[in-house]
Design a protein around this ligand. Sequence first.
Ligand code: ADP
Length: 425
Amino acid sequence: MPVDDEILKLMEIVLTAEIFNTRPDLDANDLTPECRIIFGINGSVDVRRPVHVSEGMIRRGLGITDACRKLQETPVITCEEFGQRIRVTTLEPAARWFLKKGGLPIIQKNPALAYFFRDFESTNVSYEDVRANNPPVEDTRAFLQSRIATLLAGDERLKGALDLVIISAPEEVEQDFGDLVCTPAQETVIRKIQVARTHRNLLRKHRIHEVGKLLFVGPPGTGKTSLALALSRKLHLPVIEVRLSMITSQYLGETSKNIDRIFELAKSLSPCILFIDEFDFVAKSRVTDDHGAMKRAVNSLLKNIDQVSLIRHGVLLIGATNHPQLLDGAAWRRFDEVVEFGLPDRDMRLAILRKIAAGIRCSCDFPDLADATDGFSGADLRIMVKEAILSALMDRREEIGPADIERGIAAVKNRNAIRSQNWLA
Ligand code: ADP
């Protein structure tokens, strides 16, 4: 970091602490993730004032050593007690100095600063916008971790459930809603969930509970998992991912209890998303099970689905299956909404291709490509583009040409042909 940038960064931290300590309206979501770490309040919504800044905190949080020496040239900061306490001398001159040295871009990303500067020296900054763009504490791994630790302290049995699931905080989820092409029907379902969450109390009052259990249905590679995970970031909810085959494969006798624990975990961690993949496993197990343990497990799953609710408990339940025909009425009935994920039509393929290949140098014609990929899923289109890029790179080119695309299409067709071969025939 250039020296001036380092000083501005240090000023940001010290000014934020001062403003935060003297403005009781501000809360943890007015602090940037970096400030939360430096002030040692990462993972908590409740912040005890005053927050302090010391040389050690700066060194640990920002990797900047010698903060006091570096700040000597700013007339507006004092270092006391050998670097144990760094603070502004008086706020207004310090704020003016910060602006003059080019602090505006920093203010535009720091809600606590935006709160102060919106009324200062006609700095044109919208506090509301800056706060809305700041990652909320609830999205962070640290917040999730502290909630899990509290839960475990209260109930040791939940530990067993933690070993069977993957829990991600919104900030850890890679899938982004903006990268997905959704059908209008899928978009409507998402809007409905958003509205139901906003008006949860009203729905509760009218005893309308039949919302928030979704079954995603469609062939592999059509975006079911991606959408379930992308909703975590969009709705700012942690997501608990479960593969039914994983919880049922081990310790058969324990399976019912495990299912109970997973739902208990979801309710304790709410608001959250509980995503159950391979839902058809339930149906398959009914056919192959001969000692009844699996039947009990399935009954336990269905009972738990009955007893969880978005409106009552804040849990959004999403089941996904590639084989809807395997599900019987008992499982089917439990879901409020069945969301179809079909193979994309031509227009959707075109839209997916444009998203996947955005920023890639390509001399190909996307509409032609959409025509040529009939029957491809979103995942197939991704594989095709990946193969085309690799084909160009192997040829020491960075621009994809028609021959690379041909190779990509052939690779997908070859893959799918192998998959559909019947080895037993
Ligand atoms: P599924 O869970 O239905 O098997 P995934 O969500 O795992 O499918 O999708 C596999 C890949 O294909 C992901 O990388 C995803 O981004 C891509 N993909 C599938 N459908 C779409 C879509 N509608 N829009 C954009 N990408 C898609």
